[in-house]
Design a protein around this ligand. Sequence first.
Ligand code: 5GP
Ligand code: SF4
Ligand code: MG
Length: 471
Amino acid sequence: MCGIFGVFGHPEASNITYLGLHSLQHRGQESTGIVCGNGRQLIASRHMGHVADVYTSEVLAPLKGANAIGHVRYSTAGASHIKNAQPFAVEYAHGTVAIAHNGNLVNALHLRAELERDGSIFQSSMDTEVIVHLMARSGAPTLAERLADALDKVQGAYSLVVLSEGQLIAVRDPMGIRPLVMGRSRGAYVFASESCAFDLIEAELIRDVAPGEMIVVDQGGMHCSRPFHERECRHCVFEYIYFARPDSILDGPGVTDCRERMGRRLAVEHGVDADVVIAVPDSGVTAAIGYSAESGIPFRMGLIRSHYVGRTFIEPRQSIRHFGVKLKLNPARPVIDGKRVVVVDDSIVRGTTSRKIIGMIRAAGAREVHMRISCPPTRSPCFYGIDTPTRRELIASSHTVEEICRYVGADTLGYLSNEGMLQALGSHDGKAAALHGSCGQHGYCDACFSGDYPIPIPEPPASRRGSLVGS
Ligand code: 5GP
Ligand code: SF4
Ligand code: MG
């Protein structure tokens, strides 16, 4: 779960990158980094923490140059360390190169084991570092060819921006699993994980980087190529359900439109007599608006979110029920008291938060609570760069909808169907069309719901202890 940004040929490249990363902060809050280039050398600045806290004007001042890439990172537990902050930068036989990655490589452990057997020494526990080692070993003459050589050997999801002294390269894996968009700002080319980054810097969104496309930008202009075998495209549906910002436009559909359509479909599939539709903010709000519009049941803000919950807080010594959730969310009693409430959220992962939220809604006087989820049951973990827990921890992997309903304490529980979800995304013929369509027709990865993994997940090599973390 990461966000990436790149700019080439802009007088304020680092400042623009800082702003772009700020708009992508929701994609990763653990560490952030900027590497800028002035045509002769690259300067790196990587830190733990949030973009706005890290990048003061003093920290940004030395980052001079017209080219830059940046990264915000969220990693799985245990791997939170500055050595894993990106962009990852190295010196090798061809100069200096920096790389920022969003996604997860499924064969990175195997490749790393092979490279280590051949004598490679790794500096981090990131899958991304494997790409740099493979580039260094490629005998190809240009950066783009070395990168294509390396990517030919990796399997998995990647959207990358790569910066050398004289070039910026943006590339997306052949299935286009993670998003990547291209824009223009004052004559400069810009790239970002999501289009919302362009709005803040007043860049014009040109288009998505196509699945399998490599775009090289240098003093001579921009050059696009398709160096990989063509594959069917499989954009991640979870970007539309939860992860991407609602104001982004990715691979065609606007995220807000998709979420609203999911909410509308949910109302068609799981209608109920009720007095009010409320959302679990922020992630459930757009789908709840769709549910309300379709059902005619008024939408109201029944749960209020505090935006000031920091990382740590001092818990009271005497226990307060649901303290952790209450700190973040609190019911507006007049909206809920005595009402039959539909509560819409985007997903249920472990079920623990949903259970506490429903407990709070009942404590605020709800007569009935009907939970509606704007995606299908999450049954399988993601191996392509979204941090979901193991299969065992996913409540829907081992429980029926009725059992989950009982666990979370709702009167009824309804999930959006897989067909409904794909239709809301705009693949009108449902899954068959979605999976076989060309990229223009939007094929989707829905493996966390269907278990249908578009890229097989290899067993980790037996020899290897420890783990590589995705980006
Ligand atoms: P649960 O009831 O499963 O404990 O929590 C469900 C909530 O988790 C939903 O509100 C959903 O928005 C949120 N959620 C879903 N996926 C993720 C994720 O990857 N990270 C975080 N922080 N929350 C998530
Ligand atoms: Fe997205 Fe789920 Fe596929 Fe992962 S498994 S890429 S979260 S749809
Ligand atoms: Mg949520």
